[in-house]
Design a protein around this ligand. Structure first.
Ligand code: WTA
Length: 510
């Protein structure tokens, strides 16, 4: 039995999900979307968003889910780069009690995207939004379609989806995952990393706009016939007990979330956790950024009552699924706090020194590479094979370079030490410092900018911007605020620097 349970409490069985998926797939086909076409999905975590992903997969179209917090400009950039023919969205979203104007953002984005022929608009709220000729009321059209749609036959190496992620240079890249290898890897890691058993309720609270949502909300649990929770809200809404109330109500067995939320929640004290029954929990998982000891201990002792396995899982958009994790399904496996520990089956890590030589032995640190391919490895960057080679395979020929550094302990366990490039990680969201700089460079009074990450108590890392102003600028405080709103409107709110510091000049290392 497969069941999706929404954090609001409604549930959807496999049969209904399949019907919805088929109706949506038929609607896409009716409007000229076929195998190989690209479709952008700009929706929060809802059953219909999952059906939209699966509908694309069913007809062989390639979905690119864009996190529904991204700006119109970010959305447009992704639509143009991937050549999307259609966008699927809602009239509005509701997040943390606030209305989010999704359709308005899409309208603004597609103004600059002539390739988009249709925008499918589903209803999330009762409010009416402006509809253009190219806009199609999704549910109305789906109701006219049959709940049956034969799946397109695909080659195992055909594209399943692409997902944009940040690198240290240039614009975000469309990471390409393919049909068979990705699915296999998502399913096998879902089972073994989290010790998922048939009948368990799997609660991954990630957004489907990120790879964690793809692999552990949608594809992994579905492949394993599991029940997957869709969490649409935020950890603080309506109060800091939201996660644990959800665990109690839905009897969640595996809870998978980000350290940034744990760090935030621990500030509110234990009472929000202890109010709720968490006896269903078996495995806790952490992903997306390093988990510090305080957060690990609180998650383990308070949330998990010191009886659940806590797995710190290291992986990336490019790796398709978890690559290094304590692997609780291994009999008697020991777990060391705040350590990703063991490579998953088929993953062969290697640590490299500055000269590109493999570092042998234990109690050593180096650049984390993976020495042989595995099914979940991304196949390319959409439209730019050479960039894929340059970004991941050039620095250490014959190896996949992750961009992260790692330490191998005396026992041979791996601990991730952080990025070695200009990628920063704000609340588990990956961002190139160059992207923020490029956005700020648009300001007419700011000829030069430099952004670095700095340690942040809750977010893990925050962005710190140094800027140089043109000599005749007088309203310096205004400029700082303008810069922040440029970043929010060009990228997303989470990318806004916490600090903007005026500097006389910026001296860069060449
Ligand atoms: C970081 C998220 C430390 C790392 C699944 C990686 C981590 C980047 C961990 C990928 C972890 C992810 N410990 N760092 N357990 N998990 N990272 O593509 O720097 O959004 O390269 O994928 O997040 O982020 P991405």
């Amino acid at each position: 039995m497969v069941e999706y349970i929404c954090s609001r409490g409604s549930s959807l069985r496999l049969r209904e999900l399949l019907d919805t998926t088929c109706r949506l797939a038929n609607t896409l086909k009716k409007y000229g979307i076929h195998k190989g076409d690209r479709v952008a999905i700009y929706m929060p975590v809802t059953p219909l968003a999952v059906a939209a992903m699966l509908a694309c997969a069913r007809i062989g179209a390639i979905h690119t889910v864009v996190f529904a917090g991204f700006s119109a400009e970010s959305l447009a950039g992704r639509i143009i780069d991937s050549g999307c023919k259609a966008v699927i969205t809602y009239n509005q979203g509701v997040r943390g009690g606030r209305v989010v104007e999704l359709k308005k953002t899409v309208d603004e984005a597609v103004k600059n995207c002539p390739g988009v022929k249709h925008v499918f608009v589903a209803q999330r709220t009762d409010n009416k939004v402006h509809m253009d000729d190219r806009d199609i009321p999704l549910e109305e059209e789906m109701a006219k379609e049959a709940p049956v749609c034969a799946p397109e036959s695909m080659d195992s190496e055909d594209m399943l989806f692409m997902l944009y992620t940040s690198g240290s240079t240039g614009k975000p890249k469309g990471i390409v995952h393919t049909q068979a290898g990705y699915l296999l890897y998502a399913a096998v890691t879902h089972q073994h990393v989290f010790d998922y058993q048939q009948g368990d309720v799997f609660g991954c609270v990630a957004d489907i706009g990120w790879i964690t949502g793809h692999s552990y909300v949608v594809y992994g649990p579905l492949c394993n016939g599991g029940t997957s929770v869709l969490f649409e809200s935020t950890p603080l809404y309506p109060d800091p007990g939201r996660y644990w109330e959800t665990v109690q109500r839905l009897k969640i067995n595996q809870f998978y979330g980000a350290p940034t939320a744990i760090r935030l929640l621990l500030k509110y004290g234990d009472k929000w956790v202890k109010t709720y029954d968490r006896s269903s929990l078996k495995t806790l998982g952490s992903v997306g950024e390093p988990i510090n000891h305080e957060a690990w201990q609180w998650f383990y002792r308070v949330v998990g009552d010191s009886r659940c396995t806590l797995v710190d899982t290291w992986w990336q958009t490019e790796t398709g699924g978890v690559c290094i994790a304590p692997r609780p399904s291994e009999e008697g496996a020991e777990v060391i706090p705040a350590m990703a520990m063991r490579p998953f089956f088929g993953i062969v890590p290697a640590l490299m020194d500055e000269n590109g030589k493999v570092i042998e032995g234990n109690d050593v640190s180096g650049a984390l590479c993976i020495a042989q391919p595995w099914p979940g490895l991304a196949r390319t960057i959409y439209g730019d094979d050479q960039r894929f080679i340059d970004a991941y395979f050039k620095k250490y020929p014959g190896y996949y370079f992750t961009g992260d550094g790692a330490y191998r302990s005396p026992e041979g366990y791996y601990q991730i030490t952080g990025r070695m490039d200009d990628v920063i990680n704000i609340s588990g969201h990956r961002l190139g410092t160059a992207e923020i700089e490029d956005a700020m460079d648009e300001h007419p009074a700011v000829p030069e900018t430099a952004v670095v990450g700095y340690p942040h108590e809750i977010k893990g890392e925050g962005a710190f911007a140094f800027i140089v102003l043109k000599e005749d600028t007088v309203q310096t405080e205004n400029v700082k605020e303008e810069l922040k709103s440029i970043v929010a409107s060009k990228i997303a709110k989470y990318a806004v620097p916490d600090h903007v510091l005026l500097a006389g000049s910026l001296c860069r290392k060449m």
